[in-house]
Design a protein around this ligand. Structure first.
Ligand code: NAD
Length: 356
């Protein structure tokens, strides 16, 4: 197959881990006889520095014409005091909105040999394998900024959802559960919020179309508690934007490091965007010690969801697992055994597993 992939390395460790992703994809192309055409574009602080805007039109156009987009990360202290329209994170929100990336999928799976790297007790996280399906383009984070402040005497943020926006993400939750262990946990705050009451009604209406999926409703506060006390009870969690933002970061502790967590952001019919769950890690940028695994596993998600290359995606996931099981780990994984490696050494080891 021949595919066009737009690369958005961004800031901090973004360019370093993007190099790892490209190296892995080149190895996949060679082994499975594909052709991947890479087109690197600007986003975030790198774009602000070069063209004074966090997401140039050229980047959006390239992304719209691509078969998939890979993103490193954006942001860093250099741009922290910029006015809001010149913040790197603006580029991220804008590309999600421009490509209508309404569904964010974050798998969180504990690796057996890394259980001790988690701050949680091993017997609690053992067997955890959760997929969080988060709404990404609406809700509280997309209210109108102009309405928010009244002379600093009062403040309001607007949580707005259309029926269509809720229905499509809930449907994605059901479909995802159907492909896994067929258990869906819908998370809301229906005892307080009107939006959550409608959300719950839609889940109830939708479940008749998925009779094989077991559904439960959890309030977000209870979900936050159960995620760290009984994580293995979850299969798929579906929730709105802000609840998903918070719960998915909470779930990241199950793997021992943010550096292990991939994500996919999907549109209804258009191009998908794949990125690690972590940020630009400015504290370790340029040191060559960033964990490339979240980025590499994001490329596996791209192969699976955008290109239907399941065999290739599985090959990457297996190579990562083999390297972890051999004891290779980057500095962010606080394990007291095995071999500590750099970004490029971890990447080379994964590629070696792919090609043998
Ligand atoms: P972060 O995820 O960048 O870093 C948190 C901690 O985890 C740091 O100690 C960092 O060194 C470590 N870490 C993260 N990824 C790692 C990796 N792959 N390997 C090894 N260690 C890793 O979060 P932060 O420090 O809160 O934010 C830094 C910047 O990133 C901010 O400007 C923030 O706005 C931005 N950010 C961007 C995204 C994104 O691009 N999607 C997401 C979150 C934060």
């Amino acid at each position: 197959m021949e595919k066009k992939i737009v690369l958005l390395p961004g800031d901090g460790i973004g360019p370093e881990i993007m190099d790892s992703a490209v190296a892995v994809l080149e190895a996949i192309a060679q082994r499975y006889k594909h052709q991947f055409h890479f087109n690197t574009q600007l986003i975030g602080g790198a774009a602000i520095d070069e063209v004074n805007m966090p997401l140039p039109d050229q980047t959006i156009q390239a992304a719209e014409q691509a078969d998939a987009v890979l993103l490193g990360a954006v942001g860093g202290p250099k741009w922290d005091n910029n006015p809001s329209e010149l913040r790197p994170e603006r580029g991220l929100l804008k590309i999600r909105k421009s490509l209508d990336l309404y569904a964010n999928l974050r798998p969180v799976k504990g690796f057996e040999t890394l259980l001790s790297a988690s701050p949680l007790k091993e017997d609690i996280i053992k067997g955890s394998d959760v997929l969080i399906v988060r709404e990404l383009t609406s809700g509280l984070y997309f209210g109108q900024p102009s309405e928010r402040r009244d002379n600093d005497q009062s403040v309001v943020d607007t949580l707005h959802y259309t029926l269509h926006e809720m229905k499509r993400i809930i449907k994605k939750g059901f479909e995802s559960a159907q492909l896994r262990r067929k258990k869906l946990t819908s998370v809301d705050k229906a005892n307080v919020l009107e939006s959550s009451k409608l959300w719950r009604e839609i889940v109830e209406a939708e479940k008749v179309h998925f009779p094989d999926v077991e559904v439960e409703h959890l309030l977000v506060d209870a979900a936050a508690m159960k995620l760290i006390t009984e994580p293995s009870r979850f299969d798929v969690i579906v929730t709105e934007n802000m609840f998903g933002d918070i719960l998915s970061d909470e779930a990241s502790v199950l793997t021992g490091s943010l550096g292990m967590l991939p994500s996919a952001s999907l549109a209804e019919n258009g191009v998908g965007l794949y990125e690690p769950a972590h940020g630009s890690a400015p504290d370790i940028a340029g040191l060559g010690i960033a964990n490339p695994i979240a980025m590499i596993l994001s490329t596996a998600m791209m192969l699976r969801y955008s290109f239907a290359m399941n065999v290739e995606a599985k090959a990457i996931e297996k190579a990562v697992e083999t390297c972890i099981n051999k004891g290779l780990h980057t500095a962010d994984l606080h394990v007291d055994h095995g071999i500590k490696v750099s970004t490029s050494e971890m990447t080379e080891a994964i590629i070696k597993e792919l090609t043998i």
